[in-house]
Design a protein around this ligand. Sequence first.
Ligand code: PGA
Length: 258
Amino acid sequence: MGRALHIIGNWKMHKSLEEAATFVSGLIHDLDAMKSLEIGLAVPYTLISTLSEKCASSSLLIGAQNMNDASEGAFTGEIAGSMLKDAGASFVILGHSERRRFFHESDHFINKKVRRALEVGIKPLLCIGETEEEKESGSAEAVLKEQLEKGLEGLKPEDLSELMIAYEPVWAIGRGKAADPEEVQERHTFIRSCLSDSFKKTKAGTVPLLYGGSVNVDNATYFLNQDQVDGLLIGSASLSLETFRQIIDDGRQLLNNR
Ligand code: PGA
């Protein structure tokens, strides 16, 4: 039996309360609990509480897309991890390339958020990935190693069981141009080896490594078929119930055939 699969939607800044509630009702309606298949939706803050209540008796996990590193304080417009937990979030995306790029988030700041999320009991989903220029100049691995080492600085090996990592090449996000599955397999193998170097090998093996960047119904299975890919982080294709459900079905079929 292989590792579990994680299929997580990243809704970014999309969906009203009504649209979100309709989507989630449709999704949980026929979402059979399958032990080795974990489904999650990272949603805007305004939806967390309603959606968490809605899927309390289902296996669907609700998460957030960002948080502040402080426990509380005078940070107008920010949100604390404990507040997300209060609202029902069980995981939080941290270090997404859109946060790094548009909001100038540094690895150091992201690391403080990762530590805070672990402290309050929300699973961090740390995103790392190289830009097109970094890939072209041959520095992709160095960039991934740095983002990983700095992002996870100060963590203990046992923290790794409460963590997920997504490899999201910046050039593949929202472009309709995904990475090659073999290339993703290679990068994931590299990420896994960096984790083994920094932490114990046995612990490094337990971290789910997700791929994200232009995943859709046509290419999802190719990524899931790679043995170093433990799941997917899906942006635009998670906004349609039909396509998100199709990708979940692909994952389920793959697990059934294992
Ligand atoms: P995409 O986004 O699937 O629309 O490329 C992925 C992400 O940003 O997490």
